[in-house]
Ligand binder design. Structure first.
Ligand code: RFL
Ligand code: PHB
Length: 391
């Protein structure tokens, strides 16, 4: 097989890039390890920033998002039961976010790839990357049963998430990895219940952090901070609802509608950046290159800015013979990546309880939160980061 850009990974990053390139006449082959049903079964992000939504529209995938997604102009922070509203629109100079699930984003992208006849190959095994930084063009191989299939291409894009093979194809003496692991995870549930509040609530509480989010007016998503040693089996639905009520302001807790969970999972929290994001003809994008704890809702949105830079770099390369965008891809993407790392780390540090925090640390944490939410300057920094820094 031969293509211009071979994309590894059929998550939102890989699908969005293949769709955008296809619309500009650039050929791609996309390889995904799992079935489409498996990819669509993963419940992840729920908040899209303006720049991501714009990119979905440019990819001709914005119609359902615009019809069904909810615009949120603000969110709430509860500090041990006392609520404060962060007015995103006011403090970011008019921006807001769209509440629309990653599952729906991915479904819309798959439908769009089908419509255009894009090549998306599922259930590929043993994907390997070759000649990424060699005098000959690169190629990718995968196994289909007993057969090894080879794809020759100009560029390889590694959009294969944190555990994929692309980042690992960069030699150890070139790749630098920066990592911070947090001593807790998020236990999330999805339930067919009405959201407890019209806006998201981020709750700091001495028992641990909690988040009230949603997918629609009839589908709620809630999270609890839990120790890394906890498993899903440790948490019955009843135990989850009881604990959530304890971490919310009494007035909100009283309104909580409960029901059976239709999904329940635990995600460990991690901050991670790999540099550089380009090596020869390999480009990394999204979770393959960086991870943030979900507290600031930045993960998918940061993937989108990588795709924006890569898309424009590739279009300039193929349509105008200009390689400036591709040459500066890594440094441009990383400059924004580190700012979202900083914001996600800051919100995570301020809103969670840390097992080894001293009473002094806890007082500082309260002061940090009060300072951030207590002045126009603080609210402006929270709002402009949450709605997304410019690409
Ligand atoms: P993905 O979604 O992990 O997709 C990578 C794909 O690559 C495939 N793959 C392979 N394919 C071929 N060969 C191989 N050897 C392969 N190995 C892996 C995988 O099967 C997969 O399909 O990465 P991508 O596309 O970069 O997208 C990143 C986002 O998924 C991620 O950043 C967000 O979900 C993070 N995130 C959030 N981001 C937001 O912007 N807003 C949010 O509100 C938000 N909430 C969240 C989140 C992540 C969470 N978890 C579970 C970590 C909430 C949670 C709980
Ligand atoms: C979600 O709805 O899954 C969600 C929302 C906001 C976050 C993280 C996750 O910060």
């Amino acid at each position: 097989m031969k293509t211009q850009v071979c994309i590894i990974g059929g998550g939102p990053s890989g699908l969005l890039l293949s769709q955008l390139l296809h619309l500009r006449g650039i050929d791609t082959v996309l390889l995904e390890k799992h079935s489409r049903e498996y990819v669509l079964g993963r419940i992840r992000a729920g908040v899209l920033e303006h720049g991501f939504a714009e990119l979905m529209r440019e990819a001709q995938c914005g119609a359902r998002m615009d019809a069904e997604g909810e615009i949120h102009d603000a969110f709430e922070v509860s500090d041990n039961g006392v609520i404060k509203r962060v007015d995103l629109k006011k403090y970011s100079g008019g921006s807001s976010v769209v509440v629309y699930g990653q599952t729906e984003v991915t479904r819309d992208l798959y439908d769009a790839r089908d419509k255009l006849g894009g090549t998306v190959i599922h259930n590929v095994e043993d994907v390997a990357l070759h000649d990424l930084n060699a005098p000959v063009p690169p190629h990718v191989t995968y196994r289909d049963g007993d057969e090894i299939i080879r794809i020759d291409c100009d560029f390889v894009v590694g959009a294969d998430g944190f555990h994929g093979p692309s980042r690992k194809a960069i030699p150890k003496d070139v790749l630098r990895e920066y990592e911070k692991v947090y001593p807790f995870g998020w236990l999330g549930i999805l339930s067919r219940t009405r959201p407890v509040h019209p806006e998201l609530i981020y709750a700091r509480h001495e028992r641990g952090f909690a988040l009230c989010s949603m997918r629609s007016q009839v589908l709620s998503r809630y999270y609890l901070q839990v120790p890394l040693t906890d498993t899903v089996a440790d948490w019955s639905d009843a135990a989850f609802w009881d604990e959530l009520r304890k971490r919310l302001p009494a007035g909100i807790a009283a309104k909580l509608e409960t029901g059976p969970s239709i999904e329940k999972s635990i995600a460990p929290l991690r901050s991670f950046v790999a540099e550089p994001m380009r090596w020869g003809n390999l480009f990394l994008a999204g979770d393959a290159a960086h991870i943030v704890p979900p507290t600031g809702a930045r993960g998918l949105n940061t993937a989108a800015s990588d795709i924006y830079y890569l898309y424009h770099g590739m279009v300039d390369h193929y349509l105008s013979g200009d390689d400036t965008g591709l040459e500066h891809y890594s440094e441009k993407a990383l400059a924004r990546v580190w700012k979202t790392q900083r914001f996600s780390w800051q919100l995570t540090s301020i809103l969670h309880t840390f097992p080894d925090a001293s009473p002094y640390d806890q007082k500082l944490q309260s002061a940090d939160l009060e300072y951030l939410l207590g002045s126009d300057a603080g609210l402006t920094t929270v709002a402009e980061n949450y709605v997304g820094l410019p690409f």
